[in-house]
Design a protein around this ligand. Structure first.
Ligand SMILES: [Zn+2]
Ligand SMILES: [Zn+2]
Length: 772
């Protein structure tokens, strides 16, 4: 009698998303084996394709588990399934990459050491016990060690490490966690660690990590080669060590980030919400800005003047080892550079640039090929927001709501990030820092060459900011001219709004609130507090903060007392009056010079910037004359009100509207008068700050209501650097929602200039579409 065969079914399955270089194929292999399915899987140009064959119930279980149990670094965007004819295949195979054609999904992002690897790292019985470079398909360096595509070992800085038989066997075994883990390595065959002094001489040490810990605990500055570059490290609980690092680095006020052993240690330093805890633990391991606990044991010099602390968890085995025996509680870990220079990555480069800063160097011989700073994130208004998008996020792609020809958007000036786009995909570079000098521009060019090659995008159009003075604008012009490419200029705050629209797939008119530092306006003035009724391909300036003088131009950014005097002047207060001097801390002579500058209009641009309004108010409320880092005064102003309940707002005035074609002006004059009355009445600075935040939020809500009345548009996109401000963001969002608006905020790119190039792409794509 013949055996009864169950009916066999076969399905072809296509999976789109981040499914290459993340252990997806071995995962599917194991799943197929467990469900007793035959078939195969292979990478293809935009994901993986597989076929499975077996009993229907098993196929259904397989498809359910495919999504539910996918590896931690995988991101499944879509699964398409259709039936095909069964062939009787019972075994399951992993096809070599090339079989299904060119693989172009690029390079995965760097990922933190996974739980399995961490267990091995700390297990004395494991062959990789305390090996500082262990990794697997679920974790390890990716982007930063890759020279070129396809993402395969010969294209990485692991190329010259030949795997030992044990590592090779893991690499070749589809059932192993290290199947095709490109940086796979062990004590026998992989990279080595050593110590060197500032002159470059090797310091003999049986255990370099042990020596580094001893030196750290003695208060020394240790340069540690990490994943995307060098860190400068000191014991975060040692005030004099932190001060020594600050003095050597010439970085006096800017907050420093602190790495701790694990989540429990992070909870000792900061009050963490559930969202903040999950953000801390994502494979990208960003620095998370969270509320610091009082008397948490870290030195006062770590983050002076603000209630937040940037905290993050180890993401490389080497870092885990520094914390392993609990002698080290918290380490300041800051990018090894001077102010906004690119981060150092090369051993010789590090010695040259850091020789005067670091006492010793913890080095290794796995080359870092792509510079990549730590990413910075915060939970703002209940959801994560990226402040600096770099390690762990780059080079993951973003979506665009419309198709585009291949193009390059060069971003802005400070916190530069460029973007390459083609079709509906956008790839943003890592955070490149300020393009104020040629070192910054070199980093820009280095990263551009790499990403153009990686994503095989040859730009046909170059997009830049409207500002004629930006280095990025000048460079874009030259580059486009050399190559005969088209140039498109995009207004700064329109790009911000478009970035928020594109992130949410919006391609219809919206009321854009662009509350920002400074950007070049269409009228040649300095914009930054804007209500723009926007489409992707254009905008109408519906309202803006009323212009105030910005005495000394850029100098007014570094010296907020100048902004304060400029704002008081605009509010009708004599800047030479005793009151103005007392409010701003300016000398009579300074006020006199400034007044003459304003009257003659010499080096006094006009600005509608929201960031500068914050600076001006902070200068008065905090008596802060000079800032050490961008937006310091505004950040301190927000911070001082952190425990303050919501207060009735100061009132700002909407002016204009007689002429249809003239934008409304939001005047701060009544706000200044009310604020000064409060100061005289002895109202606390924290309460004044709370009232000020409420006043700004309310004014923009009122302006949005007027825009809706005129246009019928009921959606609002909020963008610009001021949206890093938690209080302002929350008040704006709740005020807008109460007024019946649907509100969109940034979740994938920064609302600040880090997101600018993404918005530039969206605007240029829409302009090109309109023309076609
Ligand atoms: Zn791992
Ligand atoms: Zn090995």
């Amino acid at each position: 009698m013949e055996p009864i065969h169950p009916i066999r079914e076969r399905r072809a399955v296509k999976v789109l998303g981040v499914v290459q270089g993340v252990g997806f194929r071995p995962f599917v292999y194991r799943l197929a084996a467990e469900e007793q399915l035959g078939g195969w899987i292979g990478n293809d140009t935009d994901g993986v394709t597989l076929e499975i064959e077996g009993a229907e119930a098993a196929i259904e279980a397989f498809l359910r588990r495919l999504r539910a149990e996918a590896p931690p670094l995988a991101r499944i965007d879509a699964v398409a399934v259709h039936g095909v004819e069964a062939s009787g295949e019972t075994g399951f195979r992993i096809l070599a990459s090339e079989v299904l054609g060119r693989v172009s999904t690029g390079i995965p992002a760097d990922a933190a050491t996974c739980a399995d690897c961490l267990r091995e790292l700390l297990d004395p019985a494991d062959r990789r016990y305390r090996y500082p470079f262990l990794n697997c398909t679920n974790c390890g360096p990716r982007f930063t060690i890759t020279r070129s595509i396809p993402y395969d070992r010969p294209q990485t800085s692991m190329a010259h490490f030949t795997m030992c038989p044990a590592c090779q066997a893991e690499y070749d075994d589809p059932a192993n966690r290290r199947f095709h883990a490109q940086p796979n390595a062990c004590w026998q065959c992989g990279p080595r660690l050593w110590l060197a002094d500032a002159a470059g001489a090797t310091i003999p040490a049986a255990d370099p990590i042990e020596v580094a810990i001893v030196r750290l605990m003695a208060g020394e500055v240790v340069a540690v080669k990490g994943i995307g570059g060098f860190h400068l490290c000191v014991d975060a609980t040692n005030q004099s060590a932190v001060m020594r690092l600050r003095q050597r680095k010439h970085r006096y006020g800017k907050p420093l980030a602190v790495m701790v052993r694990d989540l429990a240690a992070a909870r000792e330093l900061c009050v963490l919400s559930a969202e903040e805890e999950s953000l801390l633990q994502t494979p990208a391991r960003p620095i998370v800005l969270a509320r610091a606990r009082k008397n948490n044991g870290t030195a006062a010099a770590v983050a002076p003047g603000i209630p937040w602390l940037g905290v993050f968890l180890p993401y490389a085995p080497l870092q885990h080892l520094l914390f392993a025996d609990q002698r080290v509680r918290a380490l300041v870990m800051t990018s090894a550079n001077l102010s906004e220079e690119p981060i150092a990555i090369d051993n010789d480069e590090a010695r040259q640039r850091l020789g005067d800063i670091a006492d010793i160097f913890l080095l290794h011989d796995r080359e870092i090929l792509q510079r990549c700073d730590d990413s910075v994130a915060a939970v703002v208004d209940g959801a994560p927001q990226l402040i600096r998008r770099a390690r762990g996020y780059v080079p993951l792609g973003l979506e665009l709501p419309l198709d585009t020809r291949p193009l390059l958007a060069v971003g802005g000036h400070l916190k530069n990030v460029f973007a390459l786009a083609s079709g509906r995909r956008v790839y943003q570079s890592q955070h490149l820092g300020d393009l104020e000098n040629l070192t910054g521009l070199d980093f820009f060019k280095e990263s551009l060459a790499h990403l153009m090659h990686t994503f095989e995008i040859e730009p046909e159009v170059v997009v830049h900011d409207l500002h004629p003075g930006y280095l990025s604008t000048a460079w874009a012009g030259e580059w486009a001219c050399e190559r005969g490419l088209e140039l498109i200029a995009v207004q700064h705050h329109h790009a911000h709004v478009a970035a928020c629209m594109a992130e949410h797939g919006l391609d219809e008119p919206i009321i854009g609130l662009s509350l920002d530092g400074t950007g070049y306006g269409a009228d040649g003035r300095i914009w930054g507090g804007e209500v723009l009724v926007s489409r992707l391909d254009g905008f109408e300036r519906f309202a803006h903060l009323d212009y105030v003088p910005m005495p000394g131009g850029e100098a007014a950014i570094r010296e907020p007392w100048r902004m304060a005097l400029g704002s008081l002047h605009a509010a009708g207060i004599d800047v030479e009056s005793a009151e103005a001097l007392a409010l701003t801390g300016a000398t009579a002579n300074e006020a006199h010079v400034l007044k003459r500058m304003i009257e003659r209009g010499v080096n006094v641009p006009l600005t509608s910037s929201c960031g500068r309004l914050f600076d001006a108010v902070a200068a008065v409320v905090l008596q802060r004359r000079v800032v050490d880092y961008e937006a310091q005064a505004a950040i301190e102003l927000e911070g001082m009100a952190i425990d303050e309940p919501d207060e009735p707002s100061y009132v700002m005035e909407l002016l204009g509207g007689e002429d249809e074609n003239e934008p409304l002006r939001i005047s701060a004059s009544p706000l200044w008068r009310a604020l000064m009355d409060d100061l005289h009445a002895g109202v606390s600075p924290a309460r004044i700050s709370a009232r000020f935040h409420a006043g700004v939020a309310d004014a923009f809500v009122q302006a949005a209501i007027r825009a809706r009345a005129k246009t019928g548009v009921t959606q609002v996109a909020m963008s610009g650097g001021c949206l890093h401000n938690r209080r302002l963001t929350r008040l704006l969002r709740s005020g807008l929602e109460q007024a019946g608006f649907q509100v969109f905020q940034h979740r994938k790119v920064s609302p600040g200039d880090g997101g600018l190039s993404y918005g530039q792409v969206a605007v240029a794509a829409a302009i090109l579409r309109k023309r076609a």
